[in-house]
Design a protein. Sequence first.
Length: 347
Amino acid sequence: MKFLTRLALTAVAPLLLTQAALAGGVSGAPAPFDKGGVKIALISYISAGDFFQAYQAGAEAQAKALDIDLRVFPGRQDAAAQREQILQAINLGVSAIVIDHGLPESLGDVVQQALDKGIKVVAFDVNLNNPKIPQVEQSDHELADLALKQAVKDNGSSFKAGYVYVAGFAPLDRRNEVWDAFKKQNAGVVEKARFGNVSDTTATSTADQAKAALTANPDISVVFAPYDEFARGVKLAATDLGITGRLKIYSADVSTADIQEITEPDSPWVATVATNPAVVGAVSIRAAALQVAGQEVPHQITVKPTLLTQEGLRAANVRTIEELAKKVPAFNTSDAVTASWIPEKLF
């Protein structure tokens, strides 16, 4: 789950990363995909960071395979800009809009305008509370649960913990529900410090907060940081403080950069749980396409996560996302929202 950064309103105009038409549509597909050139907009709340770049790449690959004219709008963590981008997409006459993260309270009315014009809408990791809008998510509850089970496996059910969290973002809020339940079920786990920051410099700003928290609470031995930019920040702090040998970090999400940081010598980042963001991007486009074709799409669309441990990644000699996808096939595919006419082998 990744998300978040800033966008000046001067940058509201869409980045028209338009997929080249395959000229002829998709063989055997229902209308309008039999002709090709269907316009779909991907509107993100943030575009920076490995997760979001991979998500966009997966969306673009699926769109190209379906001969979709995909309009990608850049995200810079600006709610007003995202609203304006949705209005621009409506004016472009798109058939569907995929919304990647965002603040629900700022999106409801403009999303309703799209629906009123017959435009299909899909939401990824932003809860728009509308029965007409399929919600794509990474099974955030399972993701957090797997990470915390690994923490107990490694450390027992009694430890002093740091927790990185920022409220108001759907994936983090869902992961927080699991953390709250976990603490109730494990009375020996004591949350000594809670901190976190979401900005255009999430890792470095989180590192500053982590330094203060870890210095004030030297008995913290485990940090649950359920977003990889959070984990990167905590790792930076632990390295600067010289305490990597007594701290273990458990996170969510993964990228090539994350794999390198997890597997490097003496890294305190010992496990993460993740879906392949490129697969999630492809699933989001498939959900939009199926709706445009008039086919049924479930309201809740879940992409299952995979536990990735430092030990396992080292043993398999995994160094990149590409190698991870080859060596862990479940990481590279999802059977969520598909049909016989939709090409799936994209990566």
